[in-house]
Design a protein around this ligand. Sequence first.
Ligand code: ADP
Length: 426
Amino acid sequence: MFRKVHLRLAGLCAGITILILAVMSCGCLYISEKSLKDNHLHAFTTDMELLCKNFSSQSLITPEWVHQAETSGNYSIYITDNERPLLFNRRLSAEETQLFADAWARYEELFSIHSSEPLYTVHDEFSFRPPRSSQNYYASAMISSRSSGSLRMMVLMPLTELSAQIHAQRIRFLLLDLLAFAALSLFSWHFTRRLLSPLEENQRRQSQFIASASHELRTPLAVILSCASAATCSEETDRRRFLSSITLEGIRMSKLIDDMLLLASADTHAWSVEKAPVDLDTLLLEVYDSFTPMAAQQEIQLLAKLPDDLLPSCVCSRERIRQVITILLQNALTYTPRGGFVRLSLSYANHQFQIRVEDNGIGIPDEQKAHIFERFYRADAARSQKEHFGLGLCIASEIANIHHGELQIEDTPGGGSTFVLLLPEG
Ligand code: ADP
């Protein structure tokens, strides 16, 4: 599913950015071509102004003058004297003659105002494309009134150089655009993958969570069903035994479901806690007292070390912090053999409280430390007791986070584990 979404999102992202880039580059190309054409026309017009002055000052038009004018640019010149071609005009092919005729026709179409004989020399520049031709020209028509009549000159300049420049520029733009399109597609692919990876990870964790939860629920459910079926056809004393097993498994299931609901609400950030100033030393003593009988029963020495000075109150949820300490103490007592010790201590520095639960039990190997906060993780599932689902540390860590604190793990010097809960003052 994520592959499909990734593909679609990358396509959409690349499509939109490429479209924007294409529109922008077309705009730039248009502006650049326009300024290129304007510059070309401007240069041609300036040239023609000079030529026109020169043309009007010539009392006699000589073949040398025409040749020089033609070679001063890439020009073709055609001159008529009283509508008759000058004798020294180049010998034109039928095509060229037609070209000049078309140019004059176009001129008359555009500048009908000058088609009557002017009193002085005029020149007009225009661009034109002969019919049935793909070649563009700049043209300049010059009309000079003389005592002998009217002298007309048509100058044509093919725009092959300009077309080549425009063509080369378009190719450059196209290549750059293609490069940019490839880069954008690559970027979109990686960007959307990065965007989706937390969602994918979340989905993977959710599926794993559901699979583990179903697995954990199946065991008590199987016990309940078999006890219920056995109870229907058994003696009174056996029935009582089966019913008490059903109750025990029911309690176990209920605890597991409570834990799962707690984690689910933490995932959706719907878990809020009511904070109030709490004297942590008093709270620690209360929890210590409640665990003393259990420690004594397991022949484990339970110690408490509280600071002598009066500490400030910690703004936190009393019940949730009690839950964390309970989880840590339960674990410490579970994973510490008879004759061992468990030490609960509290300290305060730099506006931060530190609650430590140390034991000299079996300890946690380094390679497992990264996993113990994962849901349903148990280092040795076979060895764990039935009440341990592998959710305790996970819940404790979520509670620490919700208080903007942290739950850390260390090795106890000499063996065993130490869990450190860091809590800010407020
Ligand atoms: P569980 O309910 O199984 O104890 P936890 O999330 O509390 O689940 O702990 C996860 C795992 O971390 C345990 O299964 C155990 O392997 C390890 N662990 C936790 N606390 C201790 C400890 N004090 N000493 C050694 N191992 C521990």
